[in-house]
Write a protein that binds this ligand. Structure first.
Ligand SMILES: [Fe+2]
Length: 437
């Protein structure tokens, strides 16, 4: 589908960038199918910590921005008037023209169909990290970000992934330099790498930030440059990011006590839970849980990437006297080489739902292929839809809805049937590529 489109069509300055439009992997087995979090032994942990870098300080403190700063006040008024915000989210996109990446861009673009009612118009794309893969990252932005997204009409915010933060001695000596130029710019100027694209640099206040939007707050955090696991804080990277998270959660607790009903989404590149070759991060989740327990506020939704597939977990999280059901979703199938989740020891595909080791979470759904998320928030509900690429059905492949007052999942798609050969092979077009996640 739409392989002919891609970057050849000229952009004629019609993109309204600030508007709401009126591998063949080695076989991987789950030692225990219900282990979704990586626990490191000391030796391995040392190697992982050696990959970590100090997090750059935000441009302003606290690093909070309003959606008005991104898409303009008029469109935010429209969204508020609609009673609902809709936006895209996906990670691990960097691939290039005429690829699984641009297939997804084409699908997301179609969601901006002006004939749809305003309540269905996406407001922006939240990138879940690993924007570009390889060396000379600033140059890579041309072919892995600006050109593939040339026809994506919305603005793009994001959290950096390990590939955005990694250091390559000769070409990328400074961690996150290219990401900061393109996402954390002082001014919305066009970068040289943008070429003929009209997309200006994004003006996030930091590599971690809080976005205030109607019906939803997004806290995006940088979980650093190690491949094996994410970290919110550590000696090597500092504690300012975690302090920021705690401060913001405290503020949210106060606002909620005053009747504020905005949903809270936390987005990181590394997943807390994953059944994939790139596993979840126990240390990172423990660090988050500490912040949630200290403040009495936990997110209504946790999104991440890194594993190049789709996985939806439900976690039961008890905070004070209430137990919340929280979707933890991996949406790393943005185009850079799909990678399936692990098979059972008997070589069979995992069947969902599959309960996690400590019983408070379970894998509810997965999809071994590409796709993106459409998140919808109202004052009452938060809904996340997963659309596979190529589409396998009309409408979403998976969907989950959270009641924001009850903190319970009120609707979700039942377990999908999975062909043994995997969704990716079935479509044939995009074989597995086992690159770094
Ligand atoms: Fe990654």
């Amino acid at each position: 589908m739409s392989k002919k489109s891609g970057s050849k069509e000229k952009s004629k300055g019609t993109l309204a960038l600030t508007r709401l439009v009126s591998t063949d992997p080695e076989p991987q087995f789950l030692g225990d199918p219900a282990e979704f979090q990586a626990r490191f032994d000391a030796a391995r942990s040392e190697a992982v910590h050696a990959m970590l870098h100090k997090i750059p300080a935000p441009r302003r403190s606290p690093p909070v921005l309003a959606l008005e700063d991104v898409i303009g006040p008029e469109d935010v008024v429209k969204i508020r008037g609609c009673g609902r915000i809709v936006f895209h989210a996906v990670g691990d996109t960097g691939k290039g023209k005429h690829s699984s990446q641009t297939d997804i861009v084409d699908l997301m673009r179609a969601d901006y169909d002006p004939s749809r009612p305003p309540t269905d118009q996406p407001a922006f794309l939240l990138h879940l990290g690993d924007v570009v893969y390889g060396t000379n990252k600033e140059d890579l932005y041309r072919d892995q970000f600006y050109r593939p997204n040339n026809k994506y009409p919305g603005r793009i915010l994001g959290v950096p992934g390990n590939h955005d933060g990694e250091i390559n001695e000769n070409t990328d000596p400074k961690s996150l330099a290219a990401f900061r130029h393109n996402f954390v710019a002082k001014k919305p100027k066009r970068r040289a790498a943008a070429g003929s694209s009209l997309r200006p640099a994004m003006t996030q206040p930091g590599v971690y930030f809080l976005l205030e939007a109607p019906f939803v707050r997004v806290i995006g955090l940088y979980t650093n440059a190690a491949d094996e696991a994410g970290f919110l804080s550590a000696e090597e990277i500092g504690f300012a990011q975690k302090d920021f998270l705690i401060d913001q959660l405290k503020l949210i607790a106060g606002k909620r006590a005053d009747g504020d009903t905005a949903a809270l989404l936390i987005a990181t590149h590394h997943p807390p839970y994953s059944a994939s070759d790139h596993p979840g991060s126990k240390e990172m989740l423990d660090d988050f849980d500490d912040a949630f327990r200290q403040t009495g506020v936990a997110p209504d939704l946790f999104l991440s990437g890194h594993a190049h597939n789709y996985q939806r977990f439900t976690r039961s999280f008890t905070l004070g006297n209430r137990t919340m059901e929280i979707p933890f979703i991996v949406a790393g199938g943005g185009g850079h080489g799909a990678s399936p989740i692990q098979l059972r020891e008997d070589g069979q595909l995992v069947k969902t739902p599959l309960r996690g080791a400590d019983g408070d979470h379970s894998l509810q759904q997965y999809y071994n292929g590409y796709g993106y998320l459409l998140v919808k928030a109202t004052a009452e509900e938060l809904n996340v839809e997963f659309y596979s690429s190529p589409p396998t059905r009309s409408g979403p492949t998976d969907s989950v809805t959270v009641d924001l007052e009850a903190h319970k999942i009120v609707r979700e798609t039942g377990p999908l049937d999975h062909p043994l050969e995997g969704e990716v092979e079935r479509h044939g077009k995009h074989k597995h590529h086992h690159g770094g996640n």
